[in-house]
Design a protein around this ligand. Sequence first.
Ligand SMILES: NC(=O)c1ccc[n+]([C@@H]2O[C@H](COP(=O)([O-])OP(=O)(O)OC[C@H]3O[C@@H](n4cnc5c(N)ncnc54)[C@H](OP(=O)(O)O)[C@@H]3O)[C@@H](O)[C@H]2O)c1
Length: 323
Amino acid sequence: MPRWGIVGTGDISDRVVADLLDISGEINGVWGRTAERADAFASRHGIPFATSDRSALLGRDDIDAVYIATPADTHTAITLEALDGGLHVLVEKPITTSAADAEMLFARAAQADRFLMEAMWMRFNPLHVELIQRITGGELGAIRSVRASFGTPFFPRPGKARPEDGGSILRDRGIYPVTLAHWFLGDPDAVTARGVISDGIDLAGHATLDHSGGAFAQLSWSGTEFLDLSAAVSGERGWITIDPMFWAGSTARVHAGTAERIFRAPERVEHPRVGNGYGPMLEAVTAAIDSGLREHPWHDAATTISITRTLDRILVDISSPSL
Ligand SMILES: NC(=O)c1ccc[n+]([C@@H]2O[C@H](COP(=O)([O-])OP(=O)(O)OC[C@H]3O[C@@H](n4cnc5c(N)ncnc54)[C@H](OP(=O)(O)O)[C@@H]3O)[C@@H](O)[C@H]2O)c1
């Protein structure tokens, strides 16, 4: 089992660390921007070492892996520090703020012979694991479209996600619909997107991703208003609706099989959430590191880079002055 260090003491670190302790993860240190916040986090979770000096955490010989949960624009530099220190890395989404940086990080991880993964917990959620198996197994026939949206009017929050922190709502929330679309349709051939930009930060957007042969994804995300928080994947033989909040979903309805199932009584699939929902990802990462893997096959370098490239393409289109 890797021995963990934690970088960042925000809400998400609290939730992930609670789940890591629940799966008997060993956490030997935490870094926070101030000694006070690092100490408070350590005492909340019973972590034996706390520091505001990142090199003091990354250089410890009782730490094998770090979980990084700081703002997006700090991920590249901190991931490099950790890899250079010989550590495995699980870094929050988005892994970086450009596909070029994502490529560079995975190349550096390969050079350093260390594990690296973006913490895309949705991919490990038991509901999504079952749906992916069933969809790729052909239950819906060929997949023709994906629809997904994630919008809540809580962004930007005071002191959070400023443009200088890489605070793009696309990279923060839109990454979930884009990732879902990539699972079933892969890299798009064409990207058309529109959005709202204020003071250099994208606050809302929507995109159509087109694929040769006519398959498509219609995706939207927002930090300024509600958008339906469900998603749907449709194919030649039926469709699946993932109930809100689709990225962290515990229920879905499968409209496939008989006419009764398709039109009147879809099968309900349920996987109740355990803890805060990060346990399955943390177990998978632990097992991957223990077995010497350097990427996780469910969210590997190629997938992460291609999703990040699609995010880049969407942002370019949103930023174009055509509207
Ligand atoms: N998987 C999920 O469900 C989920 C949910 C939420 C967020 N996230 C991801 O988690 C990451 C952190 O998001 P968040 O909303 O938790 O951020 P946050 O609360 O603003 O910051 C998290 C931590 O980073 C520190 N920090 C702030 N600015 C920093 C900087 N310039 N350099 C180094 N550290 C800095 C904060 O220190 P202070 O306490 O001193 O400010 C805090 O310890 C993001 O990548 C986000 O996308 C994931």
